[in-house]
Each structure stands twice: as C-alpha cells, then as structure tokens.
Write a protein of this length. Structure first.
Length: 302
C-alpha cells in the first residue's frame, strides 16, 4: 500500500458513543500535552440536538488500490467495506490525509484512545495529517484520532454533530453512513495547502488556499519538516504522484528542517523558474515563509 510519511507535531482524539449502546452520559474534557489534544464526547439526553440532519456529500469514487479499512470485528458488509475503503483513498489522494477505519471487538487491555493511536502508528508510522476512526465493539467508546491538518481544521461543533448522527446510524445498523459522516470531516481541510508540520499560521494557510484556488493551473503547497530517510526531492515527488495521478499540476514544498523551498511537476516549468526558486529560498532563510511560498507558487499559476 502506498503510504508517504511526514513528521507529526500534534495529534488529537475524539471519542463518542458511536455504537448500539445508548446508555451514555455526555462529558467534555480537554487535556493538552506537547504531543496531543484529547477530548471526550459521549451522548446523553442533555446534549444539544442538531436542528437538522446533514447527509454526507456523495462523490464519484474510483475503486481503491490501497487498503484503508481494517474490519477486525467483522461489522461491515462487503459493499460497505468497499465504499469506506474507496472513500478513505479519496481523502488520501485528494486531501493528502492518512485515512483509516479500524474496528475491534478486543482492546486487549488497552484504552480505546491508546488502541487508536497505536493503530495509526502501525499503519502510518504516526506521521503526517491523519484521520483514523476506531469503531470499538469491546467497550463501546469509539475514537476519531486526528493529526496535523485534521486536528487544526476540524471544528469541535462539526465533530460533535457528526458523532450525534453517526451514533444513530450505527444503532440502525448503517455503518456505511456512520463512517462516511465522520470521515468526511476530513474535507474540512484545505485541498491545496497541506501543512502537515503545523508550520504555517492559520491566517497564512487560509490566504494561500484562497489564492491557489483562483489559479488557472492546479498548484498545491506542502509544508513539512522532513524527518524521513528520503531527500526533499524524493519526498516532494512522492507526494506529487500521490496528489496528481495524471501529471497535470504543480507542487511547491517548504521543508522547515532545512529552511528550503523546492518545486516539482511533470509539466514544463516556466522559463526562468530557477531564479524564482532562488528568490524563494532567500526569503525563507530570512524567516519569510509566507513570502517564499507566494513567490514560488505565483510563478506557476498560469
């Protein structure tokens, strides 16, 4: 299975009563460490009921090449498992989200949040922007594990609403819709600026995304701290091929570890782009990451 990993600076967990056990009370707890944010959400009669249900947005999905669903508890029909796998690959390729769905009937003595974190570490090396849903048929406390962009861009209100309705889906035995609701929160993340390392400010991330959406050419930005054994050129090319199957697009990468900017495309680069990159690298070494990325991306907009 094709997986590309980047450094993880932050992670998050959301757990909810997303099972057929409806006898739960609602609590909320936010606990932060240098590594992760943990919040708890279970449901009772005192919770605020959303005014109206929002159905998941349907996409035309291609059959997945990789494996993203690990149905150890045997909860899914073959059709549901295939859909969830196809949708997870849609997130993996279009939003560069390391997506996975895991079910279990045995936590093997671990807490649900530890089980989810360990599952993510096994599948993706604990790195990158990730979204892993654990459906826990052991203690009935389900986990939505988030890292990178997913942690920053998925709002608590949206997450609570998704869990509210997905709990009811699962009570009705509709695992496909439940998984779709929760995993579709990944679409709250940018589709052109992939800040896996938490390098860019929210303002910079948003402004860059708005700019790139308006370009004639399809241009994306990857911001990371390269802790892999790959060179920046190799890492950038691997992400490019993950994002642009047809080779029609451009990708700019900022590596905070080396304070450098690089770019890659299977399409011809504009004349004089070497000078553009030289200027971008001068800017980033002066601490102007936003200016460096704007400089490198604008020259590719078409």
């Amino acid at each position: 299975m094709k997986k590309i990993f980047i450094v993880l600076l932050a992670s998050g967990i959301m757990f909810s009563g997303c099972s057929k056990d409806k006898s739960r009370s609602k609590t909320a707890d936010n606990e932060q460490t240098s590594a992760q944010t943990v919040s708890e959400n279970t449901s009772d009669t005192s919770e605020t009921i959303p005014v109206s249900e929002h159905k998941p947005i349907e996409h035309v999905l291609e059959p997945a090449d990789g494996t993203y669903v690990y149905d150890n508890a045997k909860l899914f029909s073959a059709e549901d498992a295939a859909f969830c796998n196809d949708y997870a690959e849609f997130l993996y390729e279009n939003f560069l989200i390391n997506a996975a769905v895991v079910t279990t009937s045995d936590l093997d003595g671990r807490s649900p949040e530890d089980f989810a974190a360990e599952a993510y570490n096994r599948i993706y090396g604990g790195k990158g922007s990730g979204l892993l849903l654990l459906i826990n048929n052991d203690t009935n406390k389900d986990i939505l594990y988030k890292t990178g962009s997913c942690l920053r861009k998925i709002e608590a209100a949206d997450e609570n609403e998704a869990f509210y309705w997905s709990t009811r889906d699962i009570v009705e035995g509709d695992y496909k819709t439940a998984v779709h609701r929760l995993m579709q929160l990944g679409e709250n993340c940018p589709q052109h600026v992939f800040d896996n390392g938490g390098i860019l400010s929210d303002e910079t991330l948003t402004s860059l995304e708005v700019s790139l959406v308006g370009y004639k050419n399809d241009v994306s930005i990857l911001a990371t701290t390269n802790s892999t054994d790959m060179t920046n050129e190799e890492l950038l090319k691997s992400y490019y091929e993950r994002r642009y199957h047809d080779g029609k697009g451009y990708m700019v990468m900022l590596d905070a570890k080396t304070s450098s900017v690089s770019a890659y495309s299977k399409e011809p680069m504009p004349t004089g782009y070497e000078d553009v990159l030289k200027k971008a690298n001068e800017l980033v070494k002066k601490g102007d990451a936003k200016g460096a990325l704007i400089n490198a991306a604008d020259a590719l907009k078409g």
